[in-house]
Design a protein around this ligand. Structure first.
Ligand code: DGY
Length: 320
């Protein structure tokens, strides 16, 4: 490197706007993502920041002796080993808030589509079946009269709840602790909520604590009229249990934007009539992804220029 620009590593692919924002400001090193980095010691020693859409494990962190910040593209940062980063004094940032409205909008669309089968109805029209065979079948479910339970009541959860209010459904939630300021019914356990509601929306982050907590017991509690929506992380779901519950009619329907081993989706889901499947698009509009890209760039550039991280995650707080 000829001048004194700081060096930023971008493993794998990232939104192009992040790279555009870095252009001329920093030295960019790209590398294939993988189990561990393939970088010379000299290059590794220059790297002060990582901008990533995906994962950064302990081996990547350990390979970079002068790493100071990992800026994650996405509000969920389950791919980044924050514990290891914290042990090395490395700041991790994510992209909260700028996607709240988009994800909440998509959640409502996914819920209504799951309940009313609008995608199948449109396909029916496009395939010429309306004229040939008559009206599309009535949807077995409706949103009318439903009780909706949110598993997770953070910033996105609250936006989803606000959007649900005009739909005239009852709203409840389960989180570790009650949010007394919120006008919704609190359930002390996930199972209690699943028994009380007939729509369960998952918007919790993927952590060890939430791993596969949506299991056969929860789907049975939700019941044959129940609808499960997941816009959080696939790791929160026991997918085998979900499939079986949907196949056996133990659970009524599901709308899924996230999966356990993305981008792989178990084939068995594809043949079920009572599921709506999206390829992790809750925040995937051009304006929202641009805003996320800007926040990644602002975190990295702010840190490198002024040691200012705009949105550090709670596991790696920035003092001062
Ligand atoms: C996030 O930001 O974590 C989303 O899942 C990406 O769309």
């Amino acid at each position: 490197m000829s001048d004194s620009k700081a060096t930023v590593l971008v493993p794998g692919k990232i939104h192009p706007r992040v790279l555009e924002r870095f252009e001329g400001q920093v030295e960019i090193i790209t590398a294939p993502s993988g189990a561990e980095p393939a970088l010379s010691a000299d290059v590794a020693a220059r790297i002060k920041a990582i901008a990533v859409s995906g994962g950064v494990n302990a081996r990547w962190i350990d390979a970079l002796p002068n790493l100071e910040i990992i800026a994650n593209f996405g509000v969920g940062y389950d791919g980044v080993d924050t514990k290891h980063a914290a042990s090395r004094g490395i700041v991790v940032t994510n992209t909260p808030d700028v996607l709240n409205d988009e994800v909440a909008d998509t959640t409502i669309a996914l819920l209504i589509n799951t309940v009313r089968r609008l995608y199948q109805a449109e396909s029916y029209l496009r395939e010429g079946k309306w004229a040939a065979n008559g009206p599309f079948a009535l949807s077995p479910f409706s949103l009318r009269g439903r009780k909706v339970g949110l598993f997770g009541m953070g910033r996105i959860g609250q936006e989803i709840a606000k959007r649900l209010e005009p739909f005239k459904v009852e709203i409840g939630y389960h989180t570790r602790s009650k949010r007394s300021e919120l006008p919704y019914t609190y359930y002390a356990s996930l199972k209690e909520m699943a028994q009380a509601v007939d729509v369960l929306i998952c918007i919790v982050p993927g952590t060890a604590e939430t791993h596969k907590v949506l299991n056969a017991e929860i789907f049975a509690a939700l019941g044959s009229n129940g609808v499960f929506i997941n816009v959080g992380r696939g790791s929160s779901v026991d997918e085998d249990a979900l499939l079986k519950a949907l196949q056996d009619g133990v659970l009524g329907a599901a709308g899924l934007d996230v999966f356990y081993a993305e981008p792989k989706v178990p084939d068995a889901f594809l043949s079920l009539p009572n599921v709506t499947l999206l390829p992790h698009v809750a925040s995937a509009s051009v304006p929202t992804r641009n805003a996320m890209a800007d926040l990644v760039a602002d975190n990295v550039l702010g840190w490198l220029k002024e040691r200012k991280a705009l949105t550090p995650v709670p596991e790696t707080p920035v003092k001062g």
